[in-house]
Design a protein around this ligand. Structure first.
Ligand SMILES: [Zn+2]
Ligand SMILES: [Zn+2]
Length: 355
């Protein structure tokens, strides 16, 4: 089955505005599906491609967008059972057969497909993606949950979920999130849902207030505190929390150099630092602190598809709220709103919705 009349917005060169584009007829390969996009989140990785010149694996012109939810409207022969299903498309779709995939490290699969990087993505009305790894969404959805909002699970929710899972976070732990915008805000909620005591650090009072309403037991504004006072406040909270876990579990979710400095400086004996945010910039630090503190630092590139259902479950159970952290915009406004996201002029995570 061919899908005619799909349209989207594509990037033709770094630094250029997104351009409206009429896609040629879309036909799924034997293992592919065509998803009618309900929503596609705008991520700072997209800005990296469009503005900062981070190279995409498929050269321009390219339709960006890797946080996609929607309904399967066409499926290849091997993907027929997906037809009609509401799905979340993983931001990183591993091949399943290479040595990394077989070793249980699918996020570093070199044959992975990332929509909006290896092929056209979700800033469009329809997108063609491999069916492997799709996350089915049980229906009906809880009242008030817009299928478009589920798009941000594809990266902004599952990436901190995977970082938290790798950290082995549980009810005995104190979790610290440095940067509580979209990704960090979801991280705070996930950590709280898992029973941890949670500290949120940011420079934006509005984000801190949101975090405090959604799982953070302590919020700290790092713009008005020095490193020593921050450390003391976190240590004091950890002590008061009665949690018996050894070492703080720190999540760097700001993706800015100052946030990375703060996160590293908070490491204590047996501490764990998860690097979730991305910046191309460098920081100076004393790496030997890891040795002296017997501490661990670890990154993760996205989240394996098999971890999507448990993350989705937290959203469906109402333990992770999406609505306060996102703002929907019409896909037709993609060029202007994308520019605003690049200028950091939008506080919430933008979701583009085809009208
Ligand atoms: Zn992303
Ligand atoms: Zn692979």
């Amino acid at each position: 089955m061919r899908i005619e009349g799909a349209r989207g917005f594509r990037l033709v060169a770094v630094g250029k505005q997104l351009e409206p584009f009429a896609l040629p007829a879309l036909e799924p390969g034997p293992d592919d599906v065509i998803v009618q996009v309900a929503g596609c989140g705008v991520c700072h990785t997209d800005v990296g491609f469009a503005v900062d010149g981070v190279p995409t694996r498929k050269p321009f012109p390219l339709i960006l967008g890797h946080e996609i939810s929607g309904r399967v409207v066409a499926a290849g022969d091997n993907a027929a059972p997906w037809l009609g299903k509401l799905v979340i498309v993983p931001a990183v779709i591993p091949c399943g057969t290479c040595p990394a995939c077989r070793a249980g490290r699918p996020t570093i699969c070199r044959n992975q497909f990332m929509p909006g990087n290896d092929g056209d993505g979700g800033f469009a009305t329809y997108v063609r993606v491999p069916s492997r790894g799709l996350c089915p969404v049980p229906e009906p959805l809880p009242p008030g949950l817009d299928p478009a909002f589920l798009s941000v699970i594809a990266d902004a929710v599952t990436t901190p979920w995977e970082a938290i899972r790798r950290a082995g976070l549980g009810p005995d732990d104190v979790a610290v999130f440095v940067g509580v915008g979209g990704v960090g805000g979801f991280g705070v909620q996930i950590a709280a849902a898992l029973g941890a005591a949670v500290v949120a650090i940011d420079i934006d009072p509005a984000k801190l207030e949101l975090a405090s309403n959604h799982g953070a037991g302590l919020t700290l504004n790092s713009s008005s505190m020095n490193e020593k006072d921050l450390k003391a406040a976190v240590r004091n909270f950890a002590k008061q929390s009665g949690r018996k876990g050894i070492g703080l579990k720190i999540f760097e979710t700001s993706g800015i150099p100052a946030g990375q400095q703060t996160a590293f400086s908070l490491l204590d004996f047996g501490g764990y630092l998860a690097v979730v945010g991305f910046t191309p910039q460098k920081i100076e630090l004393r790496l030997s602190n890891l040795m002296a503190l017997d501490a661990t630092a670890r990154g993760n590139w996205g989240c394996p598809p098999e971890q999507y259902p448990p993350a989705l479950d937290l959203v469906l159970q109402g333990k992770v709220a999406i609505a306060p952290y996102v703002e929907p915009h019409s896909l037709d406004d993609a060029p202007a709103i994308f520019e605003a996201v690049a200028r950091h002029a939008v506080a919430r995570r933008v979701i583009l919705k085809p009208s």
